[in-house]
Design a protein. Structure first.
Length: 202
């Protein structure tokens, strides 16, 4: 059975870059943001529950009304809990199926900004936090999303703090624009490979 690693970090930390490096190095990574969007668009249970919660207009024209859902989500922490309670269990099931199909790989990963908050910490063996200083993250996110600074800062405040995330992490990868990334990712893989060898000797 593969070792499962969870890759997490705040907005603009560079999780996607680390995930792409892992994939280049032969480690499949489940990108939860992409998969969640796909599941929300196609899963009939989620559709039924969201319509019951928000009304028919949440799937106006048969397509998920993202602006309506976003305004509901960000309007109130309780609203986010309700929607997450509908969506996250289905994503968890999907990830389990995905990982099972890749059981022949020694290591597989899942990338999620809200890995811990979404209850995925129990689905993985190792948590890897990608870290960058807040100012670097803000500048990256402004460039990437063409969003105003205030909006990026608001999104950062809505996520778990780096200090708190670090408390859950088994490994921290610095993506501050100065520390080379590839040696850190290779070091992570080497450490995980030693764990696999150790387990196989038992």
């Amino acid at each position: 059975m593969a070792i499962k690693i969870g890759i997490t970090g705040g907005i603009g930390s560079g999780k996607s870059v680390v995930s792409r490096l892992l994939e280049v190095m032969g480690i499949p990574v489940y990108i939860s943001d992409v998969e969640t969007k796909q599941i929300m668009a196609t899963d009939s249970f989620i559709r039924k529950e969201l319509v019951a919660l928000l009304g028919e207009e949440v799937y106006a024209g048969g397509v998920l009304n993202k602006p309506l859902l976003a305004s509901y989500l960000f309007g109130n922490p309780e609203h986010a809990k309700q929607v997450n309670g509908i969506v996250h269990p289905r994503v968890k099931d999907d990830f389990r199926r995905w990982a099972q199909c890749r059981a022949a790989y020694p290591i597989v990963g899942i990338e999620s900004a809200i890995l811990v908050e979404a209850g995925f910490a129990g689905e993985v063996d190792v948590i890897v936090m990608v870290y960058a200083p807040e100012e670097v993250r803000i500048e990256r996110a402004i460039r990437r999303d063409a969003s105003p600074r205030e909006l990026i800062e608001k999104r950062i405040r809505s996520q778990m703090s780096d200090e708190e995330k670090r408390g859950y992490a088994n490994f921290v990868i610095a993506n501050d624009g100065e520390t080379p990334l590839i040696p850190q990712v290779l070091g992570l893989i080497a450490s995980l490979s030693r764990s696999i060898d150790h387990l196989s000797e038992k």
